[in-house]
Design a protein around this ligand. Structure first.
Ligand code: GAL
Length: 692
């Protein structure tokens, strides 16, 4: 296997190579339980003829696998596996825990989740159980063990998916058992109630507790003036720990029974409305993290361009793949739409070509496999307008299906180069994005400006990095900060910090790293409290300056920042900086009562540099200009791509994809060998080339 960068914490290096990184194989979801068994053979044969090489079974089929308590029926699944294997389709087998059968929730209603308003969720949908309830775990153990024993030594099973998009259903469970579990978690974290009172600042508004039994999960519906922010942060940590432990519970059962050649993953969705999904928490449990992506849902990052509803901005697919890859060094995309979906705000047709482009983009980002959701369009249930590879008649290829057939051929035909050398330019701009889920929670709990949106803020930086063609790896504070591997590190709004992190940053910079810090960094301690110092005083030494104060403006009255000869607008956040003597000012506020003061500074330290970007500019244009200056001044060879155009490199090939709404010209070196497409690239199109 060839990976561009091994994350420092390569937690679980597999004994066997599960994938051949020089290729990407493509599969499709199939639900035998949805179709007349007489059609299984026709369908799976067709899947194979179209070039798909694997399929995906079982994640919602508990009531078919165990129709009554203790009565297991896998005969139907055996038959489906046998047919799939006959047509040379490998199988991803799933545990069915997102959909408990009716007999189970009827017998044990205590396992059902309770929402913020106190309403118990009932049978009739999915993902409505408290996944860590001891009773649910008991039943989980039985069904997962049965599956693992039956298929864990079966060569036809390629790998395992635990559950489905964990936490996509009920994010926060307020049931009595979860209240109890939260108290137990707190008692083990704090030992004494006095320590908890101190950590949460409970002297404020007389919130002091006498014992752990009095504590309830912070709940906006029960708290007229908003819940205690420190309690909320702990609850979010607890909730993420709970999710991680429920997933671990299943991986441990599987590992007892499956052979070394079978891998285990889950198909993470980690959108902004699912903040409890922290991939790093299960880094040691799964062989890798896989990811899902529905580009036209309209809930995600939006370029605002005229074709955005048909193409998406591409940012989410890119971010999602790079994040998942950062966990264990490689990943695959488990769900990718083959056409229109059913659950978006609106559900437009993808632009002709977009389905193919998404698969190519996923290839370019290094996904080891891509699996489309789903092979057949369902005729019933909640998702019947969801396109499949086949139309509802079960035989006609959909438009997206035809694009899949095309891209499968194209990727399959790509010659495998003999020698693969990592381009120097890629190494020179390799970037670490420092991640700690605590920051995400704390920033979101206390946005402070109504327009503050933490994901959008992270995307501001991520978009700038992608426009320079940088490969981005998300790392944690405990990982090695090595400037040889990562000449650049961005840590946007890294709000919670302590001295050891600041020392680690300093050492990274002294050894040659270029660190980019931004507004809100180091404002708080790990409990989300302000330290008894000047605001952000702990980073004054590191950034070479003092943060005098921050300002917010109404959207209707934005402020101005000047950088070189250009002026940029901002309104959400502006840190006003007083630079030390040796510190350069890169940008200044151009109006307000602090006109002329610094908005962006930079200082040299040892062999490296620290840049502090205090303002969040409109569309991130200031950030983009500053980053490209910092990269260029520090020997990075960067691209200057138009917005929503991506260029990636994989195994000897460069791949460009165009998510913008205009035709763009891709900078291709002279003498390049063009494999597919045209350097004058239309929206939704792909260019693949190789060059020496
Ligand atoms: C995903 C989910 C699938 C299916 C799909 C429809 O989020 O994991 O089970 O519901 O959406 O687009």
């Amino acid at each position: 296997m060839l990976y561009l960068v091994q994350p420092a914490a390569y937690a679980q290096k597999p004994d066997v190579d599960f994938f051949d990184d020089r290729q990407m194989i493509i599969g499709a979801y199939y639900y035998p339980e949805h179709w007349n068994p007489e059609h299984w053979e026709r369908d799976l044969k067709k899947m194979s003829e179209l070039g798909f090489t694997f399929t995906h079974f079982g994640e919602f089929a508990w009531s078919m696998m165990e129709p009554e308590e203790g009565r297991f029926d896998f005969d139907w699944l055996d038959r489906a596996i046998e047919i799939a294997a006959r047509y040379k389709l490998k199988i991803i087998m799933c545990t069915p825990t997102p959909t408990p059968p009716a007999w189970l929730t009827y017998k044990h209603p205590e396992i059902l989740t309770v929402d913020e308003q106190g309403i118990k969720q009932r049978h009739g949908s999915r993902l409505h159980v408290s996944y860590n309830h001891p009773v649910y775990l008991h039943y989980t153990e039985k069904i997962v063990t049965q599956l693992a024993k039956r298929y864990g030594q079966d060569d036809r099973i390629w790998g395992w998916q635990v559950d489905n998009e964990p936490h996509y259903g009920v994010l926060y469970d307020y049931s009595e058992q979860h209240q109890k579990a939260f108290r137990t978690w707190l008692a083990s974290k704090y030992n004494t109630i006095d320590d908890l009172n101190a950590a949460w600042g409970n002297a404020f508004w007389s919130q002091t507790y006498n014992n752990f039994y009095q504590i309830r999960i912070p709940n906006a519906s029960e708290a007229p003036q908003g819940a205690n922010p420190h309690a909320l942060l702990d609850f979010q940590r607890f909730n993420a720990d709970e999710l991680a432990s429920a997933l671990r519970f299943q991986t441990e059962i599987l590992k007892k029974h499956i052979k070394a050649s079978q891998w285990i993953t889950t198909n993470y969705a980690y959108y902004k409305f699912l903040p409890s999904v922290d991939l790093f928490r299960n880094q040691n449990d799964f062989h890798f993290a896989s990811h899902t992506m529905y580009l036209t849902s309209q809930f995600l990052n939006d370029s605002g361009d005229s074709l955005a509803h048909r193409l998406s901005s591409g940012m989410e697919l890119s971010f999602s793949a790079e994040f998942a890859r950062s966990i264990n060094g490689y990943t695959g995309i488990m769900e990718l739409q083959p056409g229109q979906i059913n659950w978006g705000k609106i559900n437009p047709q993808p632009l002709p070509g977009a389905v193919r482009m998404w698969v190519w983009h996923s290839y370019a980002l290094g996904d080891q496999f891509a699996c489309t959701y789903r092979f057949r369009q369902p005729l019933f249930g909640s998702e019947f307008y969801h396109k499949g590879i086949l139309e509802p008649d079960g035989t006609t290829l959909s438009a997206g299906g035809a694009e899949y057939a095309q891209v499968i051929r194209e990727i399959g035909d790509l010659p495998i180069p003999n020698k693969i050398r990592l381009p120097k330019s890629l190494k020179s701009r390799n970037t670490a994005f420092l991640w700690n889920q605590d920051n995400l929670w704390d920033l979101e709990n206390y946005r402070h400006h109504e327009d503050w949106d933490t994901w959008q803020y992270f995307y501001t930086y991520y978009e700038s990095l992608k426009s320079m063609g940088a490969r981005v790896t998300f790392i944690q504070e405990k990982d090695s900060f090595d400037p040889e591997v990562y000449p650049f590190m961005v840590a946007p709004a890294f709000q919670l910090s302590d001295d050891s992190l600041i020392d680690k940053w300093e050492e990274y910079v002294k050894k040659g790293g270029n660190l980019i810090l931004t507004c809100r960094t180091a404002q708080k301690d790990r409990n989300g409290k302000l330290p008894e110092t000047l605001l952000q005083q702990s980073i004054y030494g590191l950034i070479g300056g003092e943060i005098e104060f921050f300002d917010h403006l109404p959207a209707a009255w934005p402020g101005k920042v000047d950088h070189n000869d250009k002026s940029y607008r901002w309104h959400i956040w502006g840190d006003v900086i007083k630079p030390a003597e040796q510190t350069r000012v890169l940008a200044k506020y151009a109006d307000q009562f602090y006109k002329g003061k610094a908005a962006v500074t930079q200082r040299k330290l040892g062999k490296g540099s620290v840049t502090y970007i205090g303002a969040w500019s409109h569309k991130g244009e200031l950030e983009k200009a500053i980053l490209s200056e910092v990269y260029q001044n520090n020997k990075a060879e960067i691209l200057q791509l138009p917005p929503y155009v991506f260029v990636e490199w994989r195994n000897g090939y460069w791949i460009a994809v165009n998510y913008s709404s205009v035709i763009v010209e891709i900078p291709v070196t002279k003498g390049a060998n063009i494999i597919y497409g045209n350097p004058v690239l239309a929206p939704g199109q792909v260019l693949v080339w190789s060059s020496e």
